[in-house]
Design a protein around this ligand. Sequence first.
Ligand code: ATP
Length: 475
Amino acid sequence: MSTDQNKFQAIISHCKEYGFVFPSSEIYDGLSAVYDYGQYGSELKKNIKDYWWKSMTQLHENIVGIDAAIFMHPTTWKASGHVDNFSDPMIDNKDSKKRYRVDHLIEAYAETLPEAEGNAVLARMDELLKENDFAGLKTLIEEKKISCTVSGTSNWTDVRQFNLMFSTQLGSVTDEASEIYLRPETAQGIFVNFLNVQKTGRMKVPFGIAQIGKAFRNEIVARQFIFRMREFEQMEMQFFVRPGTQKEWYEKWKEERMQWHLSLGTDPSKYRFKDHVKLAHYADAAVDIEFDFPIGFKEVEGIHSRTDFDLKQHQEYSKKKLQYFDTEINQNYVPYVIETSIGLDRMFLLTICNAYEEQDLSTPEKEDSRVVMKFPAKLAPIKLAVFPLTKKDGLPEVARLLVDSCKPYFHCFYEEKDAIGRRYRRQDAIGTPFCVTVDHQTKEDGTVTIRYRDTMEQERVPLTEVKNIVLSKIM
Ligand code: ATP
């Protein structure tokens, strides 16, 4: 279980220094596990979102998108099981008063052990979690003398459940009836709209509904930067299928989602599947797609076979029929559902971690280095930077014209300050795949130097070709 905390810290600093991610309300010392995306971060995040949205809704003729509200009728969360079940087993250290998610506490301990021993502890933990055996979990913690990182003691409370939903009041009257929740997942907005979309879109099973939106969870152990946040975004797709075909569709979506990740050019050995041992109350099969972050292999996406649980529950609680008439087999049924659920912020973190590279470029004559973000060109916040070599001789005007002709098509950046080398380095640090320099030769023969971020190679190309070169790499 190799982790690279130094690299992770360097990435966090880089994100802040270059306008990707800031702690929320930082001038007031931040808010724990809440983050803001800066000028480049918000572009990168939007590009990831667009890439996912397009792959779901544009490339699949049988998937449509919706945008449901964050607030939902409170009964939604009764029906979905979140009021009763959306909780994690927690334990408090009596000396430090620090609260831990039990699985995280044991996992962190297991990582300190030799691999075989660590795996044995994890296997035992999985069994206990599956059985909801809280006394057993506490015994395991005590037996292994797992201690609190703050107090250093093993003076623990009993293990208890803690609901992760945030609640607030709707309207001005404070009573129990007006209590509503910030949605802890976007999926329920899809389920309650199942019939609206099916009828108005004249959708035929199998079909999917996709959604991107905020979700909120009062995570207890919210560390590790944007990996675990209290306010985050999910990109979810619920695929409605005929009962009995769910296994087949589950396998298909498992494969398809992995291909989506790999389509971004990531090394396949950085990904793996991990089957769930403890299935959620609604699932008959579930797997995580994990990525090798500097903090270890961790979940980025879940694929869940949710059966007909959600629609049936909403049918029962709302007393409205949520059924589909399948003309091919002349039958009415509640469809089964395969869900693909990926955290946008985790995908962002994955993209950042995968792109970040510190390179030593020293020669015998000179020490040199750079930090380069090797984003896939289609995700890069800025696609093209244009630099006039000098601020005079009409070069800025030519460079400006190039920017003006390209900016309706993709994001450009213009800069005329500092030496060219320093301008290149700044673009490397934010992951701009192409830089173009306009120099005196441009005025003579209409060519410019294009410099490629990853190889740092440069070549002369006709100015009129720049737009097409960039477009061909980002589509
Ligand atoms: P975890 O085990 O890490 O708490 P989960 O299994 O509860 O995650 P799901 O409910 O399956 O997560 O949510 C789907 C996806 O949403 C996850 O794969 C993850 O990418 C993202 N996600 C869940 N919780 C958070 C969070 N607190 N911060 C950021 N992303 C999250």
